[in-house]
Write a protein that binds this ligand. Structure first.
Ligand code: PLP
Ligand SMILES: N[C@@H](CCOP(=O)(O)O)C(=O)O
Length: 464
């Protein structure tokens, strides 16, 4: 059975069930599996005909062993993906030549986050029912994680959820997808700060041992391993359709918190032939700079037309850092502690993953041009995050014949202002959101202050 350790090495060996419920490790690190399960070429070939939930169950089985049996997992995956409004769940569109688009926005809240969040919600339900427990999810969002989480957990008896977003820095559609949900187990907090401030506060709540215990905290950001592993599935899904394992496939991933592209790294680690993972950022380019120059250096957050990626400190980078440090948790811990003080470090080499990753940036002007050019050339109306990926992908095409899949992470209707400015078209929201902009909102506005946030969470929910 696969066991999990913390990137900082001080949380012991843990089961999937522990990791699912804990979210962040008690030593402040992130959980990772001690070993990678691997799928051979024959096993991957045999997965080609599976539908999306069956593929998810096959791939997740070794990671979740001891918590869910295969049939149980399949049942949960069927339930999770039943609410997606495209028969293919994650349709793959051909753009031109070797260029493809993987549409990940057909879930209930129109962004790729629904893939993991819908599955997490049914997993939490199952495990908490078995244990007869309640818990409190605290999360940080630059728009899409929060919408997906609030939708997935609203009204659940055993879960309360407090979601922090940076006030005025997410799109009105994203905000309203959270704040118009009427459920007593949901608390929306608009924080006077950036997404990085929200994420720091979430980690600070976890590091406050008394609060963590009293509220029984859990996480659904991609600091939770279950989020990452659920996102591995669509990489395999897309690659199998393009000839894997008999042909390598490259991916360009619009990146902020490094969860999505790190799931691509996991897909490669478990046996998928991945030719390249291109890390595409907007002007908040700490990750692109790292893969270009091996220097990780925090900058100031700049607001852009792709607000969900307005992030400087990417939490999942710590998982890759452990690999780059040769699996040495003490060095990883020291590196992260030093980074918290100095805001920068440099590595001599990227070792074995050097050939896998590349990084690139697209600024807002390029994003607008790409949205317009993509519409003109292919008829596809893409959102600004997807456009970041498409703009960067053209600079990193691998060898001819190797498909390049750009991940379409959100529906264009979530960002109507940027799409209209680029094309003159206002994309329609699906009918279920027809009255979204007139529904009443529920949200509290708070300073960037741990005590204020913890007090608001306690007042709303009481102890768990
Ligand atoms: C639409 C969209 N694209 C891309 C990203 C970046 O993904 P990640 O944070 O996993 O790097 C996000 C936020 O996470 C997002 O909401
Ligand atoms: N862009 C994200 C930021 C949080 O990312 P996560 O994958 O760690 O949950 C968002 O939309 O909230």
């Amino acid at each position: 059975m696969i066991t999990y350790i913390s990137t900082r090495g001080q949380a012991g060996r843990r089961s999937f069930e522990d990791v699912l419920l804990a979210g962040l490790a008690e030593d402040g690190g992130l959980f990772v599996p001690e070993i990678w399960p691997t799928f051979g070429a024959d096993e991957l070939r045999a997965m080609r005909g599976l539908d999306y939930p069956s593929l998810a169950a096959r791939l997740l089985a070794p990671f979740t062993e001891g918590c869910f049996g295969h049939d149980e997992l399949l049942g949960l995956a069927r339930k999770a993906y039943a609410s997606f409004d495209h028969a293919a769940t994650a349709p793959l569109r051909h753009l031109a030549g070797d260029d493809w688009l993987l549409e990940l926005f057909h879930g209930p809240t129109l962004a790729f986050k629904d893939f993991a969040m819908q599955l997490l919600a049914v997993m939490f339900d199952e495990v908490l029912s078995r244990r007869g427990q309640q818990l409190t999810i605290v999360g940080a969002t630059s728009g899409d994680t929060g919408a997906a989480a609030v939708h997935a957990f609203a009204g659940k008896r055993q879960i309360r959820i407090a979601m922090l977003h940076p006030e005025g820095r997410i799109s009105p559609v994203q905000r309203r997808q959270m704040t118009t949900v009427r459920a007593d187990n949901v608390l929306n907090i608009a924080l006077r700060g950036t997404f990085d401030d929200c994420q720091d506060l979430v980690k600070a709540m976890f590091n406050d041992a008394a609060f963590r215990q009293r509220m029984r905290l859990s996480a659904v950001n991609s600091i939770n391993w279950a989020r990452v592993v659920a996102q591995v599935v669509y990489y395999v899904w897309a690659a199998l359709r393009l000839g894997a394992p008999d042909r390598p496939v490259a991916f360009t991933v619009p990146t902020g918190n490094f969860g999505n592209v790190y799931a691509g790294r996991v897909a490669a680690a478990i046996g998928l032939p991945v030719a390249k993972l291109v890390v595409a950022t907007n002007e908040n380019d700490i990750l692109a700079r790292f893969f270009q120059h091996r220097r990780y250096e925090r900058g100031t957050v700049v607001p852009t037309t792709s607000p969900s990626m307005d992030i400087q400190v990417a939490s999942n980078f710590e998982r890759l850092l452990l690999e780059l440090e040769g699996g040495d948790t003490a060095r990883t811990r020291a590196r992260m502690q030093a980074f918290a003080q100095s805001g920068a470090f440099a590595l001599e080499t990227l070792g074995e993953v050097a050939h896998l990753f590349a990084g690139g940036t697209a600024d807002q002007g390029t994003v607008a041009e790409t949205i317009a050019a993509t519409l003109h050339a292919t008829g596809e109306l893409v959102d600004p995050h997807t456009a970041v990926a498409l703009a960067v992908a053209v600079r990193h095409r691998p060898l001819p014949g190797v498909p390049m899949v750009s991940l379409a992470t959100a529906h264009p209707a979530k960002f109507p202002d940027a799409v209209r400015a680029a094309t003159g078209i206002v994309p329609d929201l699906p009918a279920r959101y027809a009255d979204l902009m007139t529904r009443p909102e529920r949200c509290v506005s708070l300073d960037n202050d741990l005590h204020a946030v913890e007090t608001a969470v306690c007042q709303q929910f009481g102890a768990a």
